[in-house]
Design a binder for this molecule. Structure first.
Ligand SMILES: Nc1ncnc2c1ncn2[C@@H]1O[C@H](COP(=O)(O)OP(=O)(O)O)[C@@H](O)[C@H]1O
Ligand SMILES: [Mg+2]
Ligand SMILES: [Zn+2]
Length: 343
């Protein structure tokens, strides 16, 4: 999978500019913090960065701050076989016993490396007892130990813990940063791909590097590497399907679905996108504004809910239908029928 295969392995390779600068500074300084807290939503590079730091600090052949990615210490990190780089998922190891084990482990000297590094993912899941136990160790960590805590939910990390850590904020990935990552992958994979399509992917990846890499891979698998094909695949169309639907134009709607189907459009993505837009309309109708989507359509809350129900049903039926377009067509017919019977 692209997002694993093309995980950044050097600081230079990180497309998140701010993080890149901070990490460089930390590694250049003589004083390495013994507790780091990485904050950021999924797919922003927390795990990748933790591994790069682990390698850089323990690399046996590098002369500057970058890891060489070739020596035995570096390779051991990549293959999860390093005795000194311990990755722990707090989602499943969150209790006091798990953390006590980890603290015990942290008292040993590194086996092959300069530092023992504990990377704790989803750190917000740690129980409060366990956090308390950890706090003491974070106050006076052994000389050769570094803790890297990563979290998507900083408000669930006790202030006392936060204050012991050097915090790095992994901001949502910018469009330009995502495009830069996508270009690297395209180059390495020797893809011929529209530049405009890369922009489109970056706009629809929820500011996550991982999501962007996944979308690119899906487009490659489906051989849809032009802008036009990408638009269809992502279920984004210039003539807005939803406004046709709301403006009661059944014939145009069916022609549209037919055309979408013929050109290999993906109904799953289309319905997901429609539900997204409807949700934003629903919020807008109830006074919650969003800058993602200007609610231009006039549709009652009642009709939004009706459409959402019908589309959710259609979405479920996609798994069992022999004709891909059918569930959506049924939803459209039912929508018109129940609207007409009421008005
Ligand atoms: N800064 C970055 N530059 C380039 N690609 C990135 C970056 N951060 C993440 N990625 C891509 O996203 C994938 C997931 O990143 P990861 O470090 O696991 O994110 P997190 O731990 O924050 O969820 C990586 O394997 C890589 O493909
Ligand atoms: Mg991670
Ligand atoms: Zn190395």
């Amino acid at each position: 999978m692209y997002y694993l295969k093309h995980r950044p392995k050097t600081i230079e390779d990180l497309d998140n500019q701010k993080v890149k600068e901070i990490v460089k500074k930390i590694l250049e300084s003589k004083k390495i913090p013994h507790a780091l807290l990485f904050i950021g939503q999924k797919g922003t590079g927390k795990t990748s960065t933790a591994r790069i730091i682990s390698k850089a600090l323990n690399c046996s052949s590098s002369k500057d701050t970058e890891p060489c990615n070739k020596c035995k210490n570096c390779l051991a990190v990549d293959s999860f076989s390093s005795p000194d780089i311990i990755e722990l998922d707090a989602a499943s190891n969150r209790g006091i016993e798990d953390i006590k084990n980890l603290i015990r482990e942290s008292n040993f000297y590194p086996m092959n490396n300069r530092y023992r590094i504990f990377i704790i993912d989803e750190a917000q899941m740690i129980t409060s007892d366990a956090f308390n136990a950890l706090l003491k160790t974070l106050e006076e960590p052994p000389e050769s130990v570094i803790f890297i805590l990563a979290t998507t939910n900083p408000e669930k990390i006790p202030k006392t813990i936060q204050s012991r850590c050097s915090v790095i904020n992994f901001a949502k990935a910018k469009k330009t940063e995502i495009i830069s990552m996508l270009k690297k992958i395209a180059h390495r994979e020797k893809l011929k791909i529209d530049e405009k399509l890369l922009e489109l992917i970056s706009e629809h990846s929820d500011h996550s590097f991982r999501d962007a890499a996944k979308i690119l891979e899906e487009l490659v698998v489906q051989e849809k590497l032009t802008y036009e094909e990408g638009i269809k695949f992502l279920g984004l169309l210039r003539e807005n399907f939803l406004s046709l639907l709301i403006n009661k134009k059944p014939d145009e709607i069916f022609t549209w679905i037919e055309e979408f189907n013929r050109s290999g459009g993906n109904f799953k993505n289309l319905i997901e996108k429609l539900l997204d837009e409807l949700r934003i309309l629903l919020l807008a109708n109830n006074g919650i504004k969003s800058d993602e989507f200007t609610a231009q359509a006039k549709i009652s809350t009642e009709n939004i809910v009706l459409l959402m129900k019908l589309l959710t049903e259609a979405y479920k039926n996609l798994k069992i239908t022999p004709i891909e377009s059918l569930p959506l067509e049924i939803a459209v017919v039912e929508f018109y029928n129940s609207r007409n019977s009421k008005s």
